[in-house]
Design a protein around this ligand. Structure first.
Ligand SMILES: NC(=O)c1ccc[n+]([C@@H]2O[C@H](COP(=O)([O-])OP(=O)(O)OC[C@H]3O[C@@H](n4cnc5c(N)ncnc54)[C@H](O)[C@@H]3O)[C@@H](O)[C@H]2O)c1
Length: 251
């Protein structure tokens, strides 16, 4: 029995890299996939590849920085596939800026896409699940940047830290409805956020001795999305090669 047989999964920011890997792994486990991305063509490419490999998927354009897009996406997925069982909030952008170089507009946009979107997508998908008696699972993608300060990416680090505690409150508020919410915490998986080129010289300091690949994160998301993890609620699963186990300067 495949682990997501009969389930419908929405993955945001799924037009490449980590989101793409999650879609393809979930499809191989029997899920029907709503591949959503800011860029329709990117979502369609991933959906087409899943369909060509014998899975079932459809591409949806959705700017997660806009609540109207999120509401429309939830409705469109239900119209296309009849239900929603799994939501993976993967989309994010990084400002990559020091506070003095960051405009208020850039701060707001980074928080809208990276922190407000998992708030809104969970809210609207959970509303549908509760109204339709679906005990679903949801995974928010945080980052090790949510646990440490950095000399740049001030909005991204703030947003990713927020995602961790947002996940706990969502888990508490949705547990009475049988909906489980968890987070994953990646570090240096494939290419940096906002880029599509893998750089083998990207410095990586961890216990695994290699950079992460998108499938590392996809397997963790699969664990949290299926009933194998039914006793795991409101937690943050580090998928970081052990980098956060290292005390800075004393590795
Ligand atoms: N790559 C890493 O090393 C790393 C490390 C820690 C955390 N993460 C997290 O993992 C997740 C995926 O990272 P990635 O490296 O695959 O990112 P990526 O930049 O390669 O891909 C992000 C995708 O999101 C889409 N996107 C951007 N803005 C969007 C919007 N407003 N609405 C909908 N989609 C939008 C992009 O089109 C793209 O397809 C993110 O949450 C990121 O913060 C990644």
């Amino acid at each position: 029995m495949k682990r997501l047989e009969g389930k419908v999964a929405i993955v945001t920011g799924a037009g490449r890299n980590i989101g793409e890997a999650i879609c393809k792994l979930f499809a191989s486990e029997g899920a029907t996939i709503a591949v959503t991305d800011l860029v329709q063509e990117a979502a369609d490419r991933v959906a087409n590849e899943i369909n060509a490999a014998g899975g079932k998927a459809k591409g949806f354009a959705c700017d997660v920085g806009k609540e109207d897009d999120i509401v429309k996406c939830v409705n469109d997925v239900v119209a296309a596939f009849g239900r929603i069982d799994v939501l993976i909030n993967n989309a994010a952008i990084s400002d990559n800026k020091n506070m003095f170089d960051l405009t208020t507009e850039q701060w707001n946009q980074t928080l809208a896409v990276t922190l407000t979107s998992p708030f809104l997508f969970v809210k609207h998908a959970a509303r549908w699940m509760i109204d339709n008696g679906v005990k679903g699972t949801m995974v928010n993608v945080s980052s090790t940047s949510g646990y440490f300060g950095r000399d740049r990416a001030i909005a991204y680090t703030a947003a990713k830290g927020g995602v961790v505690n947002l996940t706990k409150s969502q888990a508490i508020q949705l547990a009475p409805h049988g909906i489980r919410v968890n987070a994953v915490v990646p570090n240096k998986i494939g290419s940096p956020v906002g880029r599509d080129e893998f750089d083998p010289t990207r410095p990586v300091l961890n216990l695994a001795g290699r950079p992460g690949v998108p499938d590392d994160l996809a397997r963790a998301a699969l664990y949290l999305a299926n009933p194998e993890s039914e006793f795991v609620v409101g937690t943050a699963l580090f998928v970081d090669g052990g980098c956060t186990a290292l005390m800075p300067g004393n590795a």
